[in-house]
Design a protein around this ligand. Structure first.
Ligand SMILES: Nc1c(NC[C@H](O)[C@H](O)[C@H](O)CO)[nH]c(=O)[nH]c1=O
Ligand SMILES: CC(=O)[C@@H](O)COP(=O)(O)O
Length: 158
């Protein structure tokens, strides 16, 4: 996983299982679309690079990161879906709204994974500003989407 150099795209090859028959749901927040589309591309490429079939990867959008919990649940409740990846980017503003969204979506996604006993991955950036987001969506710190996808793959090998 990410090293002290904080490259989100670096990972070990431990617990990588055959995912050629696995089905993945990817839920993408539309807020900060420039960032979340990069996260999606990273996640998709990582899944394909590790053997997933494109026809087994299903994408749905939600308006914002707060809705990732419900969107993730709608995916997770589909029996044929083996793992869900939730992608979003919540950028700090002037008020405490950031805190409420981040807390809610982290808790919500956790609960969905526990409820359906399948990997539901928290692929949500919570930066202070746009540059920090871009640095983690294919920039100098790698791509959070890569990290989220490899986490799903590894958890399927758990
Ligand atoms: N400010 C950001 C939001 N805000 C919208 C919320 O996620 C939610 O859609 C709204 O509160 C209605 O429920 N969402 C992000 O994903 N990123 C932000 O920076
Ligand atoms: C994280 C957000 O919802 C953000 O857009 C809110 O900005 P603000 O706190 O300045 O209203």
């Amino acid at each position: 996983m990410a090293t002290s150099l904080k490259n989100l795209s670096q990972h070990s090859d431990k617990n990588i299982s055959d995912i050629s028959k696995k089905r993945f749901g990817i839920v993408v927040s539309e807020w900060n679309e420039e960032v979340t589309e990069s996260l999606y591309e990273g996640a998709l490429e990582t899944l394909l690079a590790h053997g997933a079939k494109k026809e087994n990867i299903y994408r749905k959008n939600v308006p914002g990161s707060f809705e990732l919990s419900l969107g993730g649940q709608r995916m997770a409740e589909v029996e044929e879906i083996d793992a869900v990846i939730c992608l979003g980017c919540v950028i700090q503003g002037e008020t405490r709204h950031f805190d409420f969204i981040c807390d809610a979506v982290a808790h919500g996604i956790t609960q969905v994974g526990l409820k359906y006993n399948k990997p539901v991955i928290f692929g949500v950036l919570t930066p202070e500003n746009q540059q920090q987001a871009l640095d983690r969506a294919g920039g100098k710190h790698g791509n959070k989407g890569d990290e989220a996808a490899i986490t799903a793959v590894k958890m399927l090998g758990f």
